[in-house]
Design a protein around this ligand. Structure first.
Ligand code: ADP
Ligand code: MG
Length: 597
């Protein structure tokens, strides 16, 4: 083929491939444009999964007659003028390619009227250059109609999923954007059904709650964190409303939805040990950061970002969430009415809910509509934030009501303890609580160095398989840290010359433990996250050393266990996230016995 200059239409169509893969992408671009134009009300209407018709109407600033054709031209934007502007761009769009791309793959009709203009103007394009603007009628603002999306790119059309799937994606994107923009009213009409009708509110909490579901309101704890100018505001779900997917996890950076591995990881870390594996906590976070410290220009859809210092953000998110979770009483209530259903069923099959979480009032702070306002102080520096974060954390301050100490502790069925606190009756799983207590102690000790070890006069020889020998080598650091002095002697034997004192004191056979830990550590992918692996292995230790169901405890032992409950963090859940205690509220008992006032 001879070399040819591509036509502008073809260039736009190719560009469209990057940003516009499906109707939901069109919705995202057009809704963001409306927000950039200062809209207070945005209506989205979709027919046939969006490929038949998309109409986005706003009451924003509007476009002048003369700018209409420019709006559809490639690389035409009103939002940046020079490369320097990119540094601090405060609008959602700035590449000036969305409208041109969409116009190149659809039948587009753009009607707009400036607030100060007497009439509206309309311009149309059918997969190519736009015609001349024509006068039209209509209220101030802009309405964009996109019909027959991809009519001239059959290959792309083939990639579209069924209408309901595309609709779900449209709905998802509208909800996401609406979450970050509570000051703007949103409606979404899919076919002839209005599926979303959100009034403008001035309180970010109520918008998030409206979208997550009002029934979750009591289970959403407020996150409000500030470190050297960066702010994190949001709502963190109690462990109880963790869901089977990560759908209810959303992170926004300066109003923009982002996906970021490091932040996702921080989130998991914050909830580690509070939710069982396979469950995903509900978390909505709005991070506000000086835009100069992030590069959002990494991907055309701008959902991936590059932080100047990802580590600091990771730490800040973790601190923010942990701080919130620590401040609340997370003891689940044994809700006797709710035999099934509820926000989510608990792993044990019962359906406890978290009562008294006290989501608290709403904050005046929240996601910022206008990026220019409320930005962190220009002097913000990661270094400052880091040093602030590295300050020792204040000792655990839980709102967990204290257990009455002057009463006899009842051990029932040799596995549960019955005690009373100000709110009601607590049922405690002795194994789960003891496991958490020992886990926290082990973690504290390992934080100061390696676990204490006991030298063996005669080394112990343990028979193992080849995998264990290999895993001993890769995990040697961790093995030493938890208190073992272990060396391979031959292809199938390990010699132990020192073992963790902790295991001996709790009558756990150290050789067996090491073999199990090595097998666990050699499972796929575990070696990659050393911190997580260490944590898991410490938990194995704690679990093996903890009292079991069936162990009768003396009154003295029971008292010691309960005393420890109040001195550690996350006493409400065992390290695997299962609850250690359930509360039957005294009000519930009163009601059941007909004593309610
Ligand atoms: P970008 O948003 O990156 O600037 P677009 O192609 O999305 O590029 O839009 C091009 C221009 O058209 C914008 O910069 C803006 O000036 C104008 N525009 C688009 N949509 C609207 C709207 N809903 N209201 C007012 N102006 C708009
Ligand atoms: Mg745009």
């Amino acid at each position: 083929m001879p070399i040819r200059q591509l036509s502008p239409e073809l260039v736009n169509q190719i560009a469209a491939g990057e940003v516009i893969e499906r109707p939901a992408n069109v919705v995202k671009e057009l809704v963001e444009n409306a927000l950039d134009a200062g809209a207070n009300r945005i209506e989205v209407h979709s027919e046939g999964g969006g490929s038949q018709l998309l109409r986005i109407t706003d009451d924003g600033a509007g476009i002048t007659r003369d700018d209409l054709s420019l709006a559809l031209a490639a690389h035409a934007t009103s939002k940046i003028a020079s490369i320097d502007d990119l540094e601090s761009v405060g609008t959602m769009g700035f590449r000036g390619e969305a409208l041109a791309s969409i116009a190149s793959v659809s039948m587009l009709r753009l009607r707009s009227r400036r607030h100060d203009a007497d009439e509206a103007w309309v311009i149309e394009a059918e997969g190519g250059p736009a015609g001349e603007p024509q006068p039209a009628s209509g209220p101030p603002g802009t309405s964009l109609e996109v019909r027959s999306l991809f009519f001239n790119v059959p290959a792309r059309r083939k990639f579209l999923k069924t209408d309901p799937t595309e609709q779900a994606r449209i709905s998802e994107i509208v909800q996401t954007i609406a979450m970050a923009n509570p000051g703007c009213a949103f409606t979404l009409r899919l076919g002839d059904r209005t599926t979303l009708d959100l009034p403008a509110v001035d309180d970010p909490r109520s918008r998030v709650v409206a979208l997550l579901g009002r029934e979750l309101s009591d289970e959403l704890l407020e996150v409000d964190f500030e470190a050297a100018g960066a702010t994190i505001w949001g709502l963190a779900g109690t462990p109880q409303i963790a869901g089977p997917t990560a759908r209810r996890q959303r992170v926004f950076l300066n109003g923009r939805p982002i996906r970021d591995k490091a932040i996702q990881h921080a989130l998991r870390e914050a909830y580690r040990g509070l939710v069982v594996p396979g469950r995903h906590p509900t978390v909505v976070l709005f991070i506000e950061l000086d835009p100069r410290l992030v590069d959002v220009n990494v991907s055309p859809t701008k959902s991936e970002v590059r932080f100047r210092d990802g580590g600091a953000i990771h730490q800040a998110v973790r601190h923010a969430l942990k701080g919130t979770l620590r401040k609340h009483d997370l003891v689940p209530t044994l809700d006797l009415d709710r035999s099934s259903g509820g926000p989510s069923s608990s792993p044990s099959g019962a359906a406890p809910s978290y009562g008294g979480g006290g989501g608290g009032g709403s904050s005046s702070r929240g996601p910022q509509r206008e990026f220019g306002s409320g930005l962190p102080s220009p002097g913000f520096e990661y270094a400052a934030m880091k040093s602030e974060l590295e300050q020792p954390v204040a000792p655990a301050q839980t709102l967990m009501p204290a257990i009455r100490k002057d009463l006899r502790i009842l051990q029932v069925h040799a596995k549960y303890l019955l005690v009373e606190d100000a709110e009601g009756v607590l049922v405690i799983d002795q194994h789960a609580l003891h496991e958490r207590v020992m886990f926290e102690q082990l973690k504290a000790r390992i934080g100061e160095g390696a676990l204490e070890r006991q030298q063996l006069l005669v080394p112990d020889v343990v028979e193992v398989d080849e995998v264990a020998i290999e895993s001993l080598e890769t995990l040697s650091e961790m093995v030493a840290k938890i208190g073992f002095d272990a060396r391979p002697i031959g292809p199938r034997a390990i010699s132990l010359s020192a073992v963790p004192s902790f295991l001996l004191s709790r009558n756990v056979e150290p050789g067996d433990f090491l073999v199990e830990a090595l097998a666990f550590g050699s499972e796929k992918g575990r070696v990659d996250d050393a911190e997580a692996l260490l944590s898991e292995v410490l938990d194995m230790m704690a679990c093996k050393a903890a009292v079991k169901a069936g162990d009768r405890l003396t009154q003295h032992e029971l008292e010691a266990l309960l005393a420890q409950r109040e001195s550690i963090e996350r006493a409400t859940n065992c390290p695997h996230g299962r609850p250690t205690s359930l509360r039957i509220p005294i009000t519930e008992l009163d009601r059941r016995f007909g004593r309610s006032s």
